[in-house]
Design a protein around this ligand. Structure first.
Ligand code: HEC
Length: 463
């Protein structure tokens, strides 16, 4: 409870993380799978002395490097930027728990970059053996950085026994680590084939070379799809109970889960019927269609992965509203506004009359004017609820779900937030603060829609 709030209208700040990460993930998986692609395929082209294929690979390399190194690095920094602002406490926990993991990851990143530049700029100057070795060094370093980052991001969904031991390795080898490493590796391989199809079908005329490239990329793609499925099953098996319940209970998530299975099946079928059986079908249009199916499946997967973590950002550690789970009882006792460094200062400045013995007294706020109560309630809402709810409109806006409740029911619900809905964090304020936030919520209620039951209304009017 000691970070300021970043207000993002309509969208809510965490949704920015989702947007930046989806874009980044689509490129970073290509960075990993592309390493394997270049290592295996330059080796193959040298072995079979296929000059045309080597030339093609040499043309694909700058496309790959520009996209993964330049765009990948920028969007990767974009993630750090957004998580630092939108989710500061969770970022702090991840940095503190895994500082050597991050450091190691950056070392491998430097190896990756160096190998990529040598691979491209020393093309033709190295012996085939040296050239292929450099490609394998790139591939190895890129895959290890995937493994390192997966360990840390998987930790957020299920820290497992780390909760008791709090050591680097118990956190890193969490229950989600192996499933997610398998599915992310499979994802990297599959996605790379989709990029190769697009690039090859775009830059090469129909030719035996194009068919060769397409055919050679299809088997890894099918293997990748199987790995995603196997990893996905493991991911489901290793979900914390509430995350599994969220997946089954929330209508949106059920729809998305069905969607991701349908998309994966569609990609698998298209791969089999298209490039596997009929590589000559691979027109730019077909390649793009496959690519967009893949893109949709990936984005859906990332969205579900993020959504099931509620009410936590780091499961069992950091709650969605940037409070540590272990802090809740003391925040409740002290009061939400008094517990936060920024909320406390804000109240002192804005409502000096609510301060008693240097502390925020929520009782005094409650006896203040309605306008003040609403303003104080808004501060609580922003810090306690806005991470998951926009106001009147926007992402999971709270206004539209309010109109069917009485004020008493609302106060009661807020005071027992996690008991009414387990995917919300526990209420972390005083009873008076629950009243204050209700005062603010009351101003967000839309008009009840009229004319939904015209027949009933007419009949009732007659009586
Ligand atoms: C960790 C995320 C999270 C936080 C923080 C959070 N909520 Fe929610 N809340 C949800 C989710 C998810 C739903 C279900 C939304 C849906 O079904 O679309 C929900 C539903 C609601 C509903 C509708 C409940 C119903 O029965 O229809 C209300 C009202 C609500 N939240 C109020 C609040 C208030 C007030 C706060 C702050 C004190 C808050 N929430 C904090 C995630 C959160």
């Amino acid at each position: 409870m000691h970070y300021p709030w970043w207000y993002v209208p309509q969208l809510t700040a965490p949704m920015l993380i989702a947007m930046v990460s989806v874009v980044h993930v689509l490129v970073s998986h290509y960075a990993v799978g592309g390493g394997l692609f270049f290592a295996v395929e330059t080796g193959f082209a040298y072995r079979t002395q296929n000059g045309d294929y080597l030339n093609y690979l040499r043309r694909h390399a700058p496309f790959f490097i520009l996209l993964t190194v330049v765009f990948g690095a920028i969007s990767g920094v974009g993630i750090w930027w957004t998580i630092g602002l939108a989710s500061p406490l969770a970022t702090e926990v991840l940095i503190r728990s895994f500082v050597f993991g991050w450091a190691t990851e950056w070392v491998f990143f430097v190896i990756e970059l160096t190998a990529a530049f040598i691979f491209y700029y020393a093309w033709g100057k190295l012996s085939p053996k040296q050239h292929v070795t450099i490609a394998w060094i790139y591939a190895g370093a890129a895959w290890i950085s995937l493994v390192l980052i997966t360990g840390i991001t998987a930790f957020m969904l299920n820290p497992g026994v780390w909760i008791e031991h709090r050591t680097f390795w118990t956190g890193f080898f969490n229950p989600q680590f192996i499933p997610q490493t398998i599915s992310r590796t499979g994802g990297a391989i599959l996605l790379t084939s989709l990029y190769v199809y697009v690039h090859a079908s775009w830059t090469l005329q129909t030719s035996p070379l194009r068919e060769l490239i397409v055919r050679r990329s299809t088997r890894p793609a099918l293997v990748g799809a199987v790995m995603i499925t196997v990893g996905g099953i493991g991911w489901f098996a290793m979900l914390p109970p509430s995350a599994r319940l969220a997946l089954e209970a929330a209508a949106v998530l059920t729809v998305l889960t069905v969607l991701i299975f349908a998309l994966t099946a569609a990609v698998f079928l298209l791969l089999y019927l298209g490039p596997y059986r009929h590589p000559e079908w691979m027109s730019p249009g077909f390649a793009l269609a496959l690519f967009f199916f893949g893109l949709a499946a990936f984005s859906t997967g990332e969205f579900i992965r993020e959504a099931v973590r509620k009410p936590y950002v780091v499961y069992n550690v950091v709650l969605g509203n940037q409070i540590l789970e272990e802090e809740v009882p003391s925040v409740r006792a002290t009061g939400f506004l008094q517990s936060g460094r920024w909320t406390r200062e804000h109240v002192k400045e804005r409502f000096p009359e609510a301060i008693r013995d240097g502390k925020v007294d929520s009782q005094r706020l409650l006896t203040s004017s309605l306008e003040n109560r609403i303003l104080a309630g808004r501060v609580i809402f922003m810090h306690h609820c806005n991470n998951c709810h926009a106001e009147e409109q926007g992402y999971s806006a709270v206004g539209p779900v309010l109109f069917s409740r009485s004020r008493e029911v609302l106060v009661e619900m807020i005071s027992h937030l996690h008991e009414t809905h387990y995917f919300m964090p526990p209420w972390s304020g005083t009873p008076e603060e629950a009243e204050l936030v209700t005062d603010y919520l009351w101003t967000l209620r839309p008009e009840r829609p009229k004319g939904i039951y015209p027949n009933l209304e007419r009949l009732e009017a007659k009586r």
